[in-house]
Ligand binder design. Structure first.
Ligand code: UGA
Length: 434
């Protein structure tokens, strides 16, 4: 089987490399020439642990290739994984322009039977549109199938997740499509869940929205804890020990970000609305998450009263640790709000500073980027920890106390022990605990 990967962004590149590592013949293609040029040379255009090693290994082995020519890739493939982006539109719905465009190209190049697999996160019922589009534009009477095989990779551990999946969801409507996908994922035979296509499409949005709901739920409880003597971490532990609940995704903080959770929650809200379903539950999940920004700022104001002309050090800019991705990072909204209040910010992140600069350009003295956390803290009136990078866990707090103008630390991810920080004479506030 020849496998073609259309779109070698985050999902596509990892999928191409992962499927090649499983022993398949894979060709990746993308409209951005630079991505293909780099990938062909064994260079990953995104930072993902382990990705480049496997990319190089499979290029050398000869079963992984990259090609600029979409038409050629379609024609030579038996299976096409559609991995193009489905960005958020103004109204929250997913923009399906790229998926539609690719469907047309597949139709125009339908020279033999092909299985078209939706890998990108798409709204339920997308497959009916993909099928209709291919039928509308195909020239001869060539057969094809559409299937859904959503990905559940996390940024930062995508290769591990690909090689050790909890489940492989395969949504199909013909035996031929099922057999082909089961063969592709033979290595994980025991974890394949075969469903109809609508179900597979919905599983993806449902999983991300459920995890987002778990985070918003624990953040809501953190607010309750702050008004009582309850401690959020013990509440989360006590809940998580119940196997029905599970301990993961119960870390309270400044809220979820990234390219998936915020977008997928809103997309599912829109899907529900269009289908006449009351989606208030997910609307609240989104609202609770957005409110985290104001809650952090309140803590800062409680410590400093007026933020105008104050120098605030922001530690951690990426949407989560171990990535340079800043899409929907809570840090962006927090920094913009601080600047809106007339504060100056010194910003530090081990990986993501360059990316954030494109959104919030360096502009001294209002916006200054530093090379170390301590440099950011120098002369600051307060520090705000937004992303829990490991290096912050060992931050020299004694030194921090010395070099800050006011030793005030707002810990948005509960990284530090309140007792230890306060013993050093630092004024400290965290999330859902005293
Ligand atoms: C998420 C899902 O976990 C993947 O399964 C899915 O494939 C992916 O979206 C996608 O749809 O492509 P990812 O966006 O890489 O993966 O990030 P996560 O590790 O899930 O974290 C999401 C956000 O939740 C981060 O901002 C993180 O800081 C926050 N989070 C996570 C919390 O605030 N608390 C927690 O307990 C866990």
């Amino acid at each position: 089987m020849q496998i073609g990967i259309i779109g070698t962004g985050y999902v596509g590149l990892v999928t191409a490399v992962g499927l090649a590592e499983l022993g398949h013949e894979v060709t990746g293609t993308d409209i951005v020439a630079d991505k293909i040029d780099k990938a062909s040379q064994g260079i990953a255009h995104i930072y993902e642990p382990g990705l480049e090693d496997l990319l190089k290994k499979n290029l050398q082995r000869g079963n992984l290739r990259f090609d600029h020519d979409l038409d050629k890739t379609i024609q030579s493939s038996d299976v096409l994984f559609v991995c193009v982006s489905t960005p958020q539109r103004e109204d929250g719905s997913a923009d399906m322009t790229y998926v539609e465009g690719v469907s047309r190209r597949i139709a125009e190049n339908l020279n033999k039977y092909k299985l078209v697999v939706e890998k990108s996160t798409v709204p339920v019922r997308t497959s009916t549109w993909v099928k209709k589009t291919i039928d509308l534009y195909k020239k001869g009477d060539v057969e094809f199938d559409v299937a859904s095989n959503p990905e559940f990779l996390r940024e930062g551990s995508a290769i591990h997740d690909f090689m050790h999946p909890d489940r492989i969801v395969v949504g199909v409507e013909t035996e031929r499509a099922r057999d082909m996908l089961v063969e592709i994922y033979q290595a994980y035979e025991d974890r394949i869940l075969v469903t109809n296509i609508d179900t597979a499409e919905l599983i993806k949005h449902a999983s991300n929205s459920f995890l987002a709901m778990k985070i918003s739920f624990i953040n809501l409880l953190a607010d309750l804890c702050e008004r009582t003597e309850a401690e959020i971490e013990s509440v989360a532990r006590g809940m998580g020990l119940d196997e029905r609940i599970g301990s993961q995704f119960l870390k309270a903080g400044v809220g979820y970000g990234g390219s998936c959770f915020p977008k997928d929650v809103r997309a599912l809200i829109k899907i529900g609305e269009d289908l006449g379903v009351n989606m208030d539950l997910l609307r609240d999940v989104d609202k609770i998450n957005l409110d985290r920004i104001a809650i952090v700022l309140e803590k800062l104001k409680k410590a400093l009263w007026i933020l105008k002309d104050k120098k605030i050090a922001v530690l951690g800019l990426a949407f989560k640790p171990e990535t340079d991705d800043i899409r929907n990072a809570p840090s962006i909204a927090i920094i913009q709000a601080l600047l809106g209040e007339g504060a100056c910010v010194t910003l530090y992140d081990p990986q993501a500073a360059e990316n954030i600069k494109a959104v919030i350009p360096e502009n001294p003295p209002s916006v200054v980027y530093t090379r170390t956390a301590l440099e950011a803290l120098k002369g600051a009136n307060a520090a705000l920890l937004v992303t829990e990078w490991d290096e912050f866990k060992t931050l020299d707090l004694k030194k921090a106390h010395e070099i800050m103008d006011n030793p005030i630390l707002i810990d948005g991810r509960n990284v530090f022990s309140p007792k230890k920080v306060r013993e050093l004479g630092i004024e400290y506030a965290s999330v859902g605990r005293k």
